[in-house]
Design a protein. Structure first.
Length: 238
């Protein structure tokens, strides 16, 4: 029996996990080990043993390392992963950290995106692994107050009207999502509880609307996201 391969996933808040991605990884014989940011010594993690490195979402900013010194260790972990040529996938905060490590500026967005809306895929995006996220096929959950410049050697795959840089890739083994393709309908209540203060402070956002939209859009997104993750993992050699 073949030994199960390993994905290391840095988790910042417990309810923002790998979601649909974890299901796809399991089907491909890849187990997930969560690294709990702020609790585990990320500087001591041996990424050479990992087949895939994932950075997940969270409610803080890359530039807040004076308040949260472990951010520096997470950035170093991503740097080590990239230097070793590991496949790296970032979601939300994870994508912002990935962009930072690749030399791009991360900063507070003038627009706080919180809710469901479709993406606008670039021509490159429509020809890539993320093609199943085209607006005629699914909507995406957006939940962020920061954004980033496009890393110098990255290819932009998707945008929204308000935020230009939503999904980018750097070759076949590095992919960043500002949005949340991993969300599952059954997980939304934990998000509504954990982000209650943020929801209350965001104009136009509301618990009832987020719940309704998630029940409406998440099933289609789960199908499309599975196709995206399967395609990208295959292209990354996994």
């Amino acid at each position: 029996m073949a030994e199960m391969r390993l994905a290391l996933a840095v988790r910042h808040v417990h309810f923002e996990d790998c979601g649909t991605l974890a299901e796809v990884l399991s089907e491909r014989g890849i187990g997930v080990r969560y690294l709990e940011a702020g609790r585990e010594a990320l500087r001591e993690i041996d990424v050479s043993r990992a087949d895939l490195v994932i950075g997940l979402g969270g409610p803080i900013g890359v530039y807040e390392d004076d308040r949260y010194p472990w951010i520096r260790d997470e950035l170093k972990l991503l740097e080590r992963s990239l230097a070793l040529g590991k496949p790296v996938l970032g979601i939300c905060l994870g994508a912002q950290m990935l962009a930072h490590v690749l030399g791009a500026r991360v900063y507070a967005s003038p627009i706080h995106e919180l809710g469901w809306k479709p993406l606008r895929l670039t021509e490159e995006g429509r020809g890539s692994a993320i093609a199943p996220l085209a607006p005629e096929l699914t909507s995406l959950l957006h939940w962020h107050g920061d954004t980033f410049e496009l890393p110098r050697d990255a290819t932009l795959l998707a945008s929204t009207a308000e935020v230009a840089h939503q999904i980018f890739e750097c070759g076949p083994r590095v992919l960043g999502f500002q949005c949340h393709p991993e969300i599952r309908a059954r997980d939304i209540e934990a998000w509504l509880i954990g982000h209650a203060v943020e929801i209350a402070r965001t104009e136009g956002a509301g618990v009832e609307q987020l719940r309704r939209d998630t029940l409406r859009f998440a099933p289609a997104l789960a199908r499309q996201a599975r196709a995206v993750f399967d395609s990208w993992l295959a292209g990354a050699g996994l």
